[in-house]
Write a protein that binds this ligand. Structure first.
Ligand code: ZN
Ligand code: ZN
Length: 412
């Protein structure tokens, strides 16, 4: 049986306000690094909490990020050994045209909270509101990180580089992401590699254009591009240990103007996903070698840029077990799920987890069968998930600050 807890009532008291906030954010989506109004609203919601001891620092990560620090007042909270935990929420929306038909659907054409970051921002605000009112239960400090640009641009990296985890020095970090692949109220964690490193590449094949009826007088970049695409399919199948995972996808190709003209160049873009750093470097190298080698074999020249995106999300096994145990205690064993396999999706919370141990937690949001997936024009973060997420944040913060990680310690 889930244990009774003062958190449930405390969270319940905030519910109506949080639902209204989430719907407000949903109606006013802003893209990566443009979360100006969202950030202002978050700051406005945090303002009254200053009287309860919250320190609010705005202007992070190109301007829209916010870091708020709450020092607890439980006995021991001001000792040298007191711990600090970071909780993180992302605020940005996507360039998607909403099709939910909801009364609070996006008011901005072509932009939508299709990944549920409206819910994530609201849950983190909810945790700040509840924890500020229950400061006496916290035997250390909580750092609330409202970050921009998870979808594009890596706001998480800016937050970490600018010192969000440094003052006070954070010992563990946690984030929640709603996942429609799990039913509402489930708390799921994949220990170890949880989400893939997500890198991008751009290729330009430079040939020599000319008449479509005289290919012998040209170097046809379209044919070269076709060979490159074909050859890239063998990078994962022939160069990566079959026990490991990687993906190479060309998602965009652009070349040519007319059916009877051989163009001078073709441009392509793609993504590379991997779960281990060694595999990641190997695939980058193989993609570069394949692209330039095939172009050279045809007398063409290929330019290729492979760009590091988000690193692998590595959920510390000790922190993962801690989250699952806390969820089991709070909601019952059937709602705490240890996931057996990672996802090849990316997530810039990886930058936080490169610096401190912690876990990216998947919060179940499916209220029924065939719930629309993330980034789908009909996706809507369900308000019913808000109290669950807030309670998860509060319990993790309270417990980590009181006990740290029980048993074995993270190896970093
Ligand atoms: Zn997303
Ligand atoms: Zn997301």
């Amino acid at each position: 049986m889930p244990a009774a807890s003062p958190w449930k009532d405390a969270v319940e008291a905030e519910r109506a306000g949080l639902v209204a906030l989430r719907q407000h954010f949903h109606a006013h989506p802003e893209l990566s690094f443009e979360e100006h109004e969202t950030s202002k609203r978050v700051a406005r919601e945090l303002e009254p909490l200053k009287a309860l001891g919250l320190q609010v620092r705005t202007g992070w990560a190109k301007g829209t990020g916010i870091v708020a620090v709450l020092r607890g007042t439980a006995p021991g909270a001001d000792s040298k050994e007191a711990r600090t935990v970071a909780l993180r929420g992302d605020m940005d929306a996507l360039p998607v045209t909403e099709e939910t038909g909801l009364p609070y659907a996006s008011t901005v054409p072509g932009k939508m909270h299709a990944c549920g970051h409206d819910g994530h921002t609201t849950m983190l605000l909810g945790a700040a509101k509840v924890l500020c009112k229950h400061r006496d239960r916290l035997k250390g400090s909580v750092v609330f990180c409202f970050q921009p640009a998870e979808e594009s641009g890596g706001g998480g990296r800016f937050m970490v580089d600018e010192g969000a985890l440094d003052d006070p020095k954070v010992g563990a970090a946690f984030a929640l992401h709603g996942f429609p692949s799990h039913r509402l109220g489930t708390v799921a964690v994949k220990p170890g590699e949880s989400q893939a490193a997500s890198d991008s590449f751009q290729v330009t094949v430079h040939g020599m254009g000319g008449h479509g009826a005289a290919p012998h007088n040209t170097i046809d970049p379209i044919v070269v591009a076709a060979r490159i695409i074909e050859a890239l399919q063998s990078v994962v199948s022939r160069e990566v240990n079959p026990i490991e995972s990687a993906v190479v996808t060309i998602g965009k190709i652009n070349g040519g103007f007319a059916r009877n003209v051989i163009p001078p160049k073709v441009e392509m873009e793609g993504t590379i996903r991997s779960l281990k750093e060694a595999i990641r470097r190997r695939v980058h190298e193989a993609v570069k070698r394949t692209v330039t080698g095939i172009a050279a074999s045809a007398g063409a020249r290929a330019e290729i840029h492979v760009n590091d995106g988000y690193p692998v999300v590595y959920n510390d096994p000790v922190a993962s077990a801690f989250v699952l145990d806390t969820a089991r205690h709070a909601f019952g064993a059937d709602r705490a799920v240890e996931l057996p396999v990672p996802s090849m999706g990316g997530e810039d919370f990886a930058f936080f987890l490169q610096k401190v141990p912690g876990a990216m937690i998947r919060l179940g949001v499916a209220t029924g069968e065939n719930y629309p997936g993330l980034h789908h024009p009909k996706y809507n973060f369900p308000d019913e998930a808000l109290p669950v997420g807030v309670e998860v944040f509060c319990r993790i913060a309270e417990r980590y600050l009181s006990e740290g990680f029980p048993g074995a310690q993270p190896k970093r």
